[in-house]
Design a protein around this ligand. Structure first.
Ligand code: NAD
Length: 313
C-alpha cells in the first residue's frame, strides 16, 4: 500500500515508518522537523524511519496538497502534532495551531487530493481525570489544554467522515515508552535525574498505562492493513496501570544506579491515573499488547544509556 506518514520523523512516527517498511509498504513522510528534541535525536529518528521525507508544515495547505497529489497515497497516517501536556498550559496557541488547525488543513488536503482513508493519532488525554478502565464509549472530558486540542482534532475528523465520506481510524495511545523517546516525557526526565544522581521528581499517587512504542507501531500497521469504512475510535494501551515510582525504580535498576525520589503535588491539568480498555483494538485490529511493562522500561533504559546522552552531542 502507498502510505503518506505525516509526522513520520517524530518519536512514534519513526517507529511506525520502520514497522510499515518492514511489512513491505511503500512509504513517504511529511514532517516539519519541529519536534522538541536535540538534533542528534531527530537525526537518529530519521535514520530509523528510513523513508524519504518531504520537509513541510501541516499548516501549509499548498505544500501538503502538492505532496499528496505528487505521491498519490492510498492512505494517510497523521502523527504530526504539538505534544506536551505541561507546555500546553503555559503556551497554548501553538497547540491550537498544530493540533486543531493542522488537522483541519490535513482534512482539506485529503479531500482535495482524493484520499479516502486516514489513520490519526489522538491521545488518552481526551479522557481527562476519569478513574477505572477507560473505554472509547466514555464521554471525553479533558482536564488540560493539550487534551482539549486533541479532542477538537477528533471532532473535525468525525465531521469529515459524516460530510465528505472519509473513513478514519482514530487511535488513542496511552503514555508511550521506548527507544528514540521524547526528552519532555517522564521516562526520559527520570533517566536524566537518575544519571545525575538527583532525586526523581514524582507526582503524588500518579500511575499510568505505559504503552511500549513497538506495540503501538504494530497497532498502526494493523490499522492500515485491516480494511474498514466509516469512523472507528480505538484505545491503544497495555491495560495495566503502574505507579510512576515503579517506572523510576525499574529505570534506576536498568541503569545500575540507586533511586532517590522527591514527591510533588500533582497539577490539576494531569490525570491521577490512566488505564486503557483495549478490547476494541483486539476486536477491530486483532491487536493485543505483547511487551511486559518491566521489559519496556528496560528497553528504554538500555537505549538511553547506550546514547551516552549529553547536551554537546
Ligand atoms: P513527536 O513530537 O516526537 O512527533 C511529532 C512530529 O510532528 C515531529 O516529528 C514534528 O516535527 C512533527 N510536527 C509538529 N508540528 C508540525 C507541523 N506543523 N507540520 C509538520 N510536522 C509537524 O511526538 P510523538 O510522541 O511521536 O507523538 C505523535 C502523536 O502521538 C501525536 O499526535 C501525539 O499527540 C500522539 N500521542 C503521543 C503519546 C506519547 O506518549 N508520545 C501519547 C498519546 C498520543
Amino acid at each position: 500500500m502507498r502510505i503518506l506518514v505525516v509526522g513520520g520523523a517524530g518519536f512514534i512516527g519513526s517507529h511506525v515508518c520502520a514497522h510499515l517498511r518492514e511489512a513491505g509498504h511503500d512509504l513517504h513522510a511529511y514532517d516539519q522537523g519541529s519536534a522538541n528534541a536535540p538534533d542528534w535525536l531527530k537525526d537518529a529518528r530519521v535514520r530509523y524511519a528510513g523513508v524519504p521525507i518531504t520537509k513541510g508544515d501541516l499548516l501549509d495547505l499548498p505544500r501538503l496538497l502538492g505532496t499528496i497529489t505528487k505521491y498519490s497515497p492510498d492512505m494517510v497516517i497523521n502523527l504530526a502534532a504539538k505534544p506536551g501536556v505541561g507546555e500546553a498550559e503555559q503556551n497554548p496557541a501553538p497547540f491550537d495551531e498544530v493540533n486543531v488547525v493542522g488537522v483541519v488543513r490535513l482534512l482539506e488536503a485529503c479531500r482535495r487530493g482524493g484520499v479516502r482513508h486516514l489513520v490519526h493519532a489522538s491521545s488518552s488525554s481526551v479522557y481527562g481525570n476519569r478513574s477505572g478502565m477507560l473505554k472509547e464509549e466514555h464521554e471525553p472530558a479533558p482536564v488540560g489544554h493539550y487534551g482539549r486540542t486533541k479532542l477538537l482534532g477528533e471532532r473535525y475528523i468525525e465531521q469529515a467522515c459524516c460530510e465528505h465520506g472519509l473513513s478514519a481510524r482514530i487511535l488513542r495511545p496511552f503514555t508511550v515508552i521506548g527507544p528514540l523517546g521524547r526528552p519532555d516525557m517522564a521516562a526520559w526526565k527520570f533517566a536524566e535525574q537518575i544519571r545525575a544522581g538527583m532525586p526523581v521528581t514524582l507526582h503524588q499517587d500518579a500511575s499510568r498505562d505505559f504503552t511500549p512504542v513497538h506495540d503501538l507501531a504494530r497497532a498502526f500497521v494493523a490499522s492500515v492493513e485491516r480494511p474498514w469504512s466509516g469512523l472507528e475510535t480505538i484505545n491503544v494501551g497495555s491495560g495495566e496501570c503502574h505507579p510512576v515510582v515503579s517506572l523510576a525504580q525499574l529505570l534506576a535498576d536498568s541503569m545500575g544506579r540507586p533511586l532517590k525520589t522527591k514527591v510533588l503535588a500533582k497539577p490539576d491539568y494531569l490525570p491521577t491515573s490512566t488505564c486503557a480498555d483495549s478490547s476494541g483494538a483486539l476486536r477491530l485490529l486483532d491487536w493485543r499488547p505483547r511487551l511486559p511493562f518491566a521489559e519496556a522500561v528496560r528497553d528504554f533504559g538500555k537505549w538511553y544509556v547506550s546514547q551516552e546522552y549529553d547536551e554537546e552531542k
